[in-house]
Design a protein around this ligand. Structure first.
Ligand code: AMP
Length: 197
């Protein structure tokens, strides 16, 4: 059972690294941003509820987001562990997740904190916006999202630090270098990947 959370500002590469780490452990990577974007693309009820919020770079309500995550974590493939990407995103969501996991007699094992300097995240987001044509990646929206990260998301790391479960990772380097750093940090915390065990 491996229960992970990856936290980092937009443009830190957390989505890419999250998928790689989840693959290495054979667990699903659950990205709330991806769930919301897929819902918008599908034109579902959920998508219609969140479309304008996402396009402005604001946060979807804690209640709705936590309900979406609970549904996802209740699916069979998350029984053996999971990697969360983009949730919890503020202290209220930490409390929601704690309550849900406590009900399952579970808790997070490690919180991967991926750090990159602000300039580098902005450059990476701008590049991705060009490559993927993401409508939530205009300059104004990027500044809004980074501001929200600093004000609302960074404080969740303080909560997890008091629990002693944060693994700080330098997010500057090649994709492979960063993946190797994360795997080494997890191993140092007693989480060896199935193949390496
Ligand atoms: P991301 O790809 O993680 O940056 O998420 C894209 C957008 O989805 C965010 O800018 C928010 O509008 C929304 N979103 C993703 N995760 C959350 C969350 N945990 N709480 C609230 N809104 C979220």
């Amino acid at each position: 059972m491996t229960r992970l959370l990856i936290v980092g500002p937009q443009g830190s590469g957390k989505g890419t690294q999250g998928v790689r780490i989840a693959e290495a452990f054979g667990i699903p990577a659950i990205s709330t941003g991806d769930v919301f974007r897929a819902a918008v693309a599908a034109g579902s009820d959920l998508g219609n509820q969140v479309k304008a919020i996402i396009e402005a770079g604001d946060l979807v309500s804690d209640e709705l987001t936590s309900a979406v995550v609970r549904d996802r974590l209740a699916q069979a493939d998350a029984e053996g562990g999971f990697l969360l990407d983009g949730y919890p995103r503020n202290v209220a969501q930490v409390a929601h997740l704690d309550e849900y996991l406590e009900g399952r007699d579970e808790s997070l094992d490690v919180v991967i904190e991926l750090s990159v300097p602000r300039d580098e995240s902005i450059a990476r987001i701008a590049l991705r916006a060009k490559e993927q044509g993401r409508t939530d990646d205009t300059e104004e929206v990027i500044a809004n999202r980074l501001g929200i990260y600093e004000r609302e998301t960074a404080p969740i790391l303080d909560v997890y630090r008091t629990r002693g479960i944060v693994a700080p990772i330098d997010g500057v380097g090649t994709l492979d270098e960063i993946t190797a750093r994360i795997l080494a940090a997890l191993e140092a915390r007693g989480l060896a990947r199935p193949e390496a065990a």
